[in-house]
Design a protein around this ligand. Structure first.
Ligand code: NAD
Length: 296
């Protein structure tokens, strides 16, 4: 298939690579020319504008930071007017559900099918092609998208109508932020009582405290050689992006007066951590918020 791929960052780059490796023809665009060059080396064709990337594509995929970027791309730069009605548009960015619904409804007015399909699984899942896609949109468009999504992911959930993918993803990330902070807190508590973090992690992971963070993304440096914590918290999922998702959870909660006290606490912790200079580190670096007093 001819695929236009826009947004080649931590997630978009490995997702695009997997599509190339599966034999699809990719035309790629990013605001950062180096990001485009990296994919050209992998066999993609460079697009010098977003409009060039989508021209005559069977599928358009975008992987951008936030709702304002997605609205800027599809609405303010009139990209939808350059997309054929036969093209399926998949936005995999994590954004607020209202922006996802707005862009999808503008696409629909032009006869274009559009899905929100945010992902879970992090950069490791993007590289391995094992992401979970959480999709919002019409069932026939979801069926059309499946063969493409299956190249980049192993689980594909249809959450409901447009925007529902974002709602489910934001609930998940609020839970992840809470779990990460709680896991870091428990590890540091044990370490300050003299325990080895690896031993404590093994015990909790095989006890009732076991969770995804302990299984795959331990925040304590050196416990998991492949985790961002063992690489000075570089790569992975930036604190500023987690903070964005916690802000989206809070917006959703306010809109229905839902009670999310743990989400609000996690947002506070991440916001303090970000303001202390950690905005560009991986979100597991929240560990350092608990450790900081040792050096002070
Ligand atoms: P990133 O900042 O590394 O990449 C975003 C890319 O989009 C950048 O290369 C940027 O130059 C490009 N971009 C921004 N506006 C653009 C525009 N108008 N046209 C073309 N390119 C544009 O971010 P990321 O970590 O890849 O995350 C992307 C999305 O995926 C976010 O919504 C994030 O919340 C979500 N996400 C990230 C992870 C993770 O582990 N990093 C996991 C799940 C979901």
């Amino acid at each position: 298939m001819d695929i236009g791929f826009i947004g080649l960052g931590q997630m978009g780059c490995p997702m695009a690579k997997n599509l190339i490796n599966a034999g699809h023809r990719l035309r790629v665009y990013d605001l950062i020319p180096n990001a485009v060059d990296l994919l050209v080396k992998e066999g993609a064709e460079a697009a010098h504008t977003a409009h060039m990337a989508v021209e005559n594509a069977d599928v358009v995929i975008s992987m951008l930071p936030a709702g304002e970027h997605v609205k800027q791309l599809y609405l303010e730069s009139n990209l939808l007017d350059s997309i054929n009605t036969s093209t399926l548009v998949i936005d995999s960015s994590t954004i607020d559900p209202d922006s996802a619904r707005l862009v999808a409804s503008e696409a629909k007015k032009r006869g274009i099918r559009m899905l929100d399909a945010p992902v879970s699984g992090g950069t490791a899942g993007a590289q391995a092609g094992t992401l979970t896609f959480i999709v919002g949109g019409e069932a026939d468009a979801v069926s059309m998208a499946k063969p493409i999504l299956q190249v980049m992911g192993k689980n594909i959930f249809h959450a409901g109508a447009n925007g529902a993918g974002q709602v489910a993803k934001i609930c998940n990330n609020m839970l992840l932020a809470i779990t990460m902070a709680g896991t870091a807190e428990a590890l540091q508590l044990g370490v300050e009582q003299g325990l080895d973090p690896q031993v404590l992690a093994d015990i909790m992971n095989n006890s009732s405290g076991g969770n995804w963070v302990l299984q795959r993304y331990n925040p304590y440096p050196g416990v998991m050689p492949e985790a961002p914590a063992s690489h000075d918290y570089q790569g992975g999922f930036r604190v500023e992006l987690m903070l964005k998702d916690l802000g989206l959870a809070e917006q959703m909660a306010l809109s229905q007066t839902s009670r999310t006290p743990m989400g609000a606490l996690a947002r506070n912790l991440y916001s303090i951590h970000s303001a202390q200079g950690s905005h560009a580190r991986d979100f597991s670096s929240i560990m350092q918020l608990y450790q900081r007093h040792i050096d002070e």
